[in-house]
Ligand binder design. Sequence first.
Ligand code: 5GP
Length: 179
Amino acid sequence: MEKVTLHDKQFEPYISARELDTAIDAVAVRVAGQYADKLPLFLGVLNGSFFFASELLKRLPIACEISFVKVASYRGTVSSGTVSQLIGLNERIAGRHVVVLEDIVDTGNTITHMVESLQDHQPASVAIASLLLKPEVYKKSLPIDFVAMEIPNIFVVGSGLDHDGLGRNLPGIYRLVER
Ligand code: 5GP
């Protein structure tokens, strides 16, 4: 793995594709064990989760479904802060065991809004699986049930994660080189 330049920034290798594979193997074993007879509905949050979704699902020898949603954030007209809306949720959620798939959980704002929106649809359960988690930043009470790897508070790209549109296709994870 070599350094890469994306737009104006340099990134250096941080986690190899092989290390990620091993970490995702372990998550898959846990998910398969917990959802074997539950016909889970996986909901990947676009764009970043496509890599994790595909890597996780190909390791699951259980009956399951997958769909993808987008989270659109916009400022409310009143002082309500940022409002999030789920786009593309066409599946019936009521009574289903839902596992939300994320590329990375940082502050947790995105995933918290998403889970709150999902609860309105009366799922049987909602769990969260994320490829990466920044525990130093994440301070919400919502549990992140399945995490492939924890990282410190750095900016990373690769394996679905981008810098301004670039880098999602890089195998493994690269970190920003601070100058
Ligand atoms: P949160 O709402 O948890 O603060 O942030 C979640 C979103 O912020 C992620 O889905 C991702 O789009 C973006 N994000 C947070 N940290 C990183 C990072 O280190 N690298 C990249 N590429 N995106 C990040």
